[in-house]
Structures are given as structure tokens and as C-alpha cells.
Design a protein around this ligand. Structure first.
Ligand code: NDP
Length: 394
């Protein structure tokens, strides 16, 4: 029987919810490309419940214990004395979410002698050293598409919040003011602007589709070009490289995975090539942009605003400069863990576990690493190597 070790974010500070703001959530059965939403044999939770925190247990306990497995859940994940590292040596399966990642470094792989499967409950497995997973023959899987639309919605929200100066205006209201001029001195319409995405995969394309009705001119760069029909439908301008895209865009959104090719992509040099006063929105991964270059660009006015929900490390330390830099619209890493998204990726996690324990193949679209190499979605979107560096120090 297997030990399953799940690292989940802590419960709300005022306790695990007893009631919710809404009574139901829409049932999503398939995604825009036709892929079906997760299809586990059953679920032991009510859709719309908080599942990603420790007491939510991704809705897995009943299912796992009934089959004789052990489930250990903790949010204590950093350092050698953490609950996570203590439980790791005899764990067969490790589960964590990008919002509260269990960084699976090579050192941790060396300690995890029984490890066979790592599940990212969500999307984005860069917190796992994929090279080490390949070398050790550990399978890595994630719940592809489960929260792509959730993130695309967050991107649109953040672009509008920055361009229209929503957050400072809200602040004036909360403080009892009626400061019209203060609120609008940095407020513009999005209409007519050039908006570009770095990568047009599931999230990037969904963001482009949602932005189209705002009357903007859309741009993208990607390793592979989208079908002609999609380019025509959205009147997209393709750029062969990121430099060409950033030169013409008023708003840039980053939607590429973090891997050795994209790490530190938005550094001083690339940001200097952007239009002065451009907005940058990054819901992909914190390490794709250079932390201090972003701060410098906001202070100098090269960037008019920066928003996103991804940081490095996570959780971000109290003194992380992105908390206090000017003109930012940061949230903690939440875009892909709305209650709606949690329903899908908790079901997907169970689907993967059901396949694994039954000795059946895991859906190809969920696979990142399998049998010693990049597989499924991993083979399409990632490159070999390690993007977890620095996690130990953090
Ligand atoms: P997809 O795999 O659908 O799309 C990623 C796209 O990035 C692919 O089209 C890929 O190209 C492209 N790409 C890879 N490397 C480069 C590069 N060097 N330059 C340009 N394009 C590149 O992934 P998703 O859209 O589902 O997710 C994207 C990322 O968003 C995830 O990897 C994750 O890091 C992040 N994410 C964040 C969440 C959050 O809560 N904030 C939640 C979910 C995901 P191609 O396939 O053509 O080779």
C-alpha cells in the first residue's frame, strides 16, 4: 500500500469555511480544444468547496484510505526539518500545487527513495527538477487545462486594473476620498492599444480571445505558429521573436512555461526594448522576469504598471520588493486556484491516482515526464533541465 504525501496551502486564517458565497458552480465538461474535463470514477467533495488547503485535502482522503493507502497532508514544506522532508523518504506519491509548491530539487529526489509519481494539482511543473525526475524514472503529471481559463480571466482583470488605474481609485474610496483627479491621472482606455502575448498556448490563446472584444490590436510570439484560421479570426500579428513583439506593444502578457529557455527572459535588456509606459502582466512564473529589473523599470517609468500572481520563491517573503514597488497590481498566486478551478484539478488528481493504482496509463495530455523522458504535454512545452535552482536558498 502506498503513502501519498500532499503539500497544500494553509487553511484561511479564520478557519476552514463552514459556508460559501455561492451555492453552486457551473459544470464544465470539456475545454475549448475538445479535451474532456477530468473523469474520475467518483468524487468525495461538493463542487465549489475549498479543496486546495490542508483541511480540503483535495477531497482525496476517503478514496485513498478505502483502498488501504495512507494520506499525509501538510503545509510545512521548507527546509530539512519540515514535515514534508520528514515524510518524504517513504512516500510513493507526492502531490502539490504551484500556488504552494513542494520544490522537488535533486537533493529531495535523492532522499525520496520510494518515489514513483509526482502530481501537480494544477498546471506548471517547474517546481520539480524535471531532469532529476527523468534521471530517477519518476513520472510527473499535471492536470492540463484544469485552470487555463481561470488564469485567462485573471489576465484580463489585471490588464484592465492596470490600464484603468482601478486599484488606486478603489483605495481612494476605501479611505473616504472622492479624488477624481488623483484616480484618473494614470487612467487610460484599453481600446485601440496593441496587446501581445508571449506564448499562445491554452492560456495565451484564451486570453487573446477574451481581449478581442475590447477593440485592441492583438500580437503574439510562440515557438510554433497558430493555424492560419485562428490568426485571421483574431486578426493576429505574429512575431518571430519576443523583441519584435515588445517593441510595438502597449500591454504584454507572459504565458510561456518556465524552463531554461524562458528563465530571466524579461531582464533589463528586454524591458529596455519595450515601449516606455508599457504594462507587463505575468501570470506564468515569477522567474521568467528579473525581479529587480521590474522594480527599476517601474521606478524609472519605463513600465507604467506590472501585475501578476507568480513570485519566486512562493510564498514570497515579507520583504519581497514586489510588495512595495510602485504601480503594481500583484496578488498572491491565486489565478489558477479559484474554487471553480479547484473542483476540476482535484477531480483530475483523483483521475491520475485511479489510473496509477490500477496500473492503467495516465492520460497522455496529463503527462510531463514518463519513463525517463519528457512525455505528453511535457514533450511539447518543456525543455530538459532544471528550473528549480534557488529553491533551497529560498
Ligand atoms: P501550454 O503548454 O498550453 O502553452 C505554453 C506555450 O508556451 C506553448 O504554446 C509553447 O510553445 C510556448 N512556449 C514554450 N517556450 C516558449 C518560448 N521560449 N517562447 C515562446 N513560447 C514558448 O501551457 P498553458 O497555456 O496551459 O500554461 C502556460 C503556463 O502558465 C504554465 O506553464 C504555467 O507556468 C502557467 N500557469 C499559471 C497558473 C497560475 O495560477 N498563475 C495556472 C496555470 C498555468 P509550443 O507548444 O508551440 O512549443
Amino acid at each position: 500500500m502506498a503513502k501519498v504525501l500532499a503539500v497544500l496551502y494553509p487553511d484561511p486564517v479564520d478557519g476552514y469555511p463552514k459556508t460559501y458565497a455561492r451555492d453552486d458552480i457551473p459544470k464544465i465538461t470539456s475545454y475549448p480544444d475538445g479535451q474532456t474535463a477530468p473523469t474520475p470514477s467518483a468524487i468525495d467533495f461538493k463542487p465549489g468547496q475549498l479543496l486546495g488547503s490542508v483541511s480540503g485535502e483535495l477531497g482525496l482522503r476517503k478514496f485513498l484510505e478505502k483502498a488501504g493507502h495512507t494520506l499525509v497532508v501538510t503545509s510545512d514544506k521548507e527546509g530539512p526539518d519540515s514535515e514534508f522532508e520528514k515524510e518524504l523518504p517513504d512516500a510513493e506519491v507526492v502531490i502539490s500545487q504551484p500556488f504552494w509548491p513542494a520544490y522537488m530539487t535533486k537533493e529531495r529526489f535523492d532522499k525520496a527513495k520510494k518515489l514513483k509519481l509526482i502530481i501537480t494539482a494544477g498546471i506548471g511543473s517547474d517546481h520539480t527538477d524535471l531532469q532529476a525526475a527523468m534521471d530517477k524514472g519518476v513520472t510527473v503529471a499535471e492536470i492540463t487545462y484544469s485552470n487555463s481559463i481561470s488564469v485567462a480571466e485573471h489576465i484580463v482583470m489585471m490588464i484592465l486594473a492596470l490600464v484603468r488605474n482601478y486599484i488606486p481609485a478603489y483605495g481612494w474610496v476605501v479611505r473616504g476620498g472622492w479624488n477624481i483627479a488623483d484616480s484618473v491621472e494614470r487612467s487610460y482606455d484599453l481600446e485601440g492599444m496593441n496587446v501581445g502575448t508571449v506564448a499562445a498556448g491554452r492560456i495565451g490563446l484564451a486570453a487573446l480571445r477574451r481581449l478581442k472584444p475590447f477593440g485592441v490590436k492583438l500580437h503574439y510570439t510562440d515557438k510554433h505558429r497558430l493555424p492560419k484560421a485562428v490568426e485571421q479570426e483574431l486578426d493576429l500579428t505574429y512575431h518571430p521573436d519576443v523583441e519584435s513583439l515588445v517593441k510595438v506593444c502597449d500591454v504584454v502578457t507572459i504565458n510561456a512555461p518556465l524552463h531554461p529557455e524562458t528563465e530571466d527572459l524579461f531582464n533589463d535588456k528586454l524591458i529596455a526594448k519595450m515601449k516606455r509606459g508599457a504594462y507587463l502582466v505575468n501570470t506564468a512564473r515569477g522567474k521568467i522576469v528579473n525581479r529587480d529589473a521590474v522594480v527599476r523599470a517601474l521606478e524609472s517609468g519605463q513600465l507604467a504598471g506590472y501585475a501578476g500572481d507568480v513570485w519566486f520563491p512562493q510564498p514570497a517573503p515579507k520583504d519581497h520588493p514586489w510588495r512595495t514597488m510602485p504601480h503594481h497590481g500583484m496578488t498572491p498566486h491565486i489565478s489558477g486556484t479559484s474554487l471553480s478551478a479547484q473542483t476540476r484539478y482535484a477531480a483530475g488528481t483523483r483521475e491520475i491516482l485511479e489510473s496509477y493504482f490500477a496500473g492503467k496509463p495516465i492520460r497522455t495530455e496529463y503527462l510531463i515526464v514518463d519513463k525517463g523522458k519528457l512525455a505528453g504535454t511535457g514533450a511539447k512545452s518543456y525543455t530538459a533541465g532544471d528550473a528549480t535552482k534557488g529553491a533551497e536558498a529560498a
